[in-house]
Design a protein around this ligand. Structure first.
Ligand SMILES: Cc1cc2nc3c(=O)[nH]c(=O)nc-3n(C[C@H](O)[C@H](O)[C@H](O)COP(=O)(O)OP(=O)(O)OC[C@H]3O[C@@H](n4cnc5c(N)ncnc54)[C@H](O)[C@@H]3O)c2cc1C
Length: 346
């Protein structure tokens, strides 16, 4: 029996090829750093629906507003902004209400980095706090569409004391003077195209923000997916071996059953027959400290081989983009101050 509420599709099951097989990959999404907050939120958010083709020069504002109205809050985690607060003050409330805002002492004040979501929620929880109010005013001034549902009030005593820190300053002056600060405040997005077993492991890294292709929203029986289900080539079974043939048999059966179920059921019901090899796109967004931790754990010989298959090349990409950084430090052990460093600092 069809799932309750599912729409009956008029399409028939595809005859002939029902699947495609592709290689996995992991790519640093550096191009997002050159985009506006609104544009990067749209580009990341659309991965869930696979509607990147709908991006136009004008679509980011409408998309961002919709995410706020629909309370699709995890999409608002995909862009962070950094501020320099030019005075020492009370950061206790901000620390208390958000563990997702990075706060460090910096040049007689503070360096503060957070996502649109983190600032929105800090203000919802504590609108009276002078620092939180000042920061949210600063973010809302540049990115008003994300704060249209909030009453911010006119009184902003912090305005003169809050300066936006641009990315080139973070990567230049701040990295040069304090690599430790830079590692905490510099966030990097990576797009993975991997199988569903690998995404399941990736999302265990709790301090990160994630957005992934949704098997609930995406209907691979539609023309825009060429009516094909995509699978990731298995690392374990080389083409031409009996094991590869067995694997391919499962792929064919899984795709066939999925497309058949779509005739009477929704994608969320039909997806229950998709195997772990099914292709999934996922964006992982976190700071350099976390990338060190993830790459240390996931390139180790103990890690799952399909994970290592994408993480080892990613580690090389990271080292090339941010030269001098090992991307092999487990957190927090890898960041422990050595006895020698401690003596120098003392
Ligand atoms: C080789 C290997 C084998 C694995 N085997 C299994 C397995 O059999 N079963 C299984 O369930 N998982 C397994 N995992 C997943 C593993 O247990 C972790 O969930 C995953 O690697 C995320 O790493 P993490 O816990 O170090 O930290 P992350 O989630 O990446 O967190 C980073 C940091 O945040 C802090 N943190 C986050 N949340 C908390 C919290 N609630 N309390 C305290 N500190 C916190 C910690 O300081 C931590 O160092 C395996 C992973 C690997 C690499």
């Amino acid at each position: 029996m069809a799932e309750a509420g599912a729409k009956r599709s008029k399409k028939t099951v595809a005859v002939g090829k029902m699947y495609r097989i592709i290689d996995p990959s992991a790519t640093i999404a550096s191009h997002l750093d050159g985009k506006s907050v609104e544009e990067r939120i749209e580009e990341c958010g659309r991965i869930c629906y696979k509607t990147e083709d709908k991006i136009t020069g004008m679509s980011a504002i409408g998309f961002g507003r919709k995410m706020v109205v629909d309370m699709h809050n995890s999409v608002l985690e995909m862009a962070v902004v950094t501020y320099h607060v030019l005075a020492m003050g009370d950061v206790r409330k901000l620390r208390e209400v958000s563990k997702y805002v990075v706060i460090d002492e910096y040049e007689e004040g503070y360096l503060i980095t957070g996502s649109i979501r983190a600032f929105r929620e800090a203000y919802m929880l504590c609108p009276q706090d002078t620092l939180i109010k000042g920061l949210v005013h600063a973010v809302a001034k540049r990115h008003p569409i994300f704060f249209e549902d909030m009453v911010l009030g006119g009184d902003n005593r912090m305005e003169q004391l809050i300066e936006k820190v641009e990315l080139n300053m973070l990567d230049g002056e701040i990295r040069a003077s304090s690599p430790k600060l830079w590692r905490r405040h510099r966030f990097v997005a990576v797009k993975f195209i991997v199988n569903r077993a690998v995404t399941h492991e990736l999302v265990r890294h709790r301090p990160c923000a994630f957005l992934q292709e949704s098997q609930r929203y995406c209907n691979y029986g539609q023309d825009r997916f060429d009516r094909l289900v995509t699978f990731i080539k298995p690392l374990f079974f080389p083409k031409g071996t009996p094991e590869y043939s067995e694997w391919l048999r499962s792929v064919r059966f899984s795709a066939k059953q999925y497309l058949k179920l779509l005739e009477t059921s929704s994608p969320q019901a039909a997806r229950t027959v998709l195997i772990n090899s099914c292709k999934t796109e996922i964006i992982v967004f976190c700071n350099i400290v976390q990338w060190n931790h993830i790459l240390h754990m996931r390139t180790s010989p103990a890690a799952e081989p399909s994970m290592r298959e994408v993480m080892i090349p990613l580690q090389a990409q990271m080292r090339e983009l941010f030269s001098g950084e090992s991307f092999d430090k487990r957190s927090p052990e890898g960041f422990l101050v050595s006895k020698e460093e401690a003596e120098v600092e003392a």
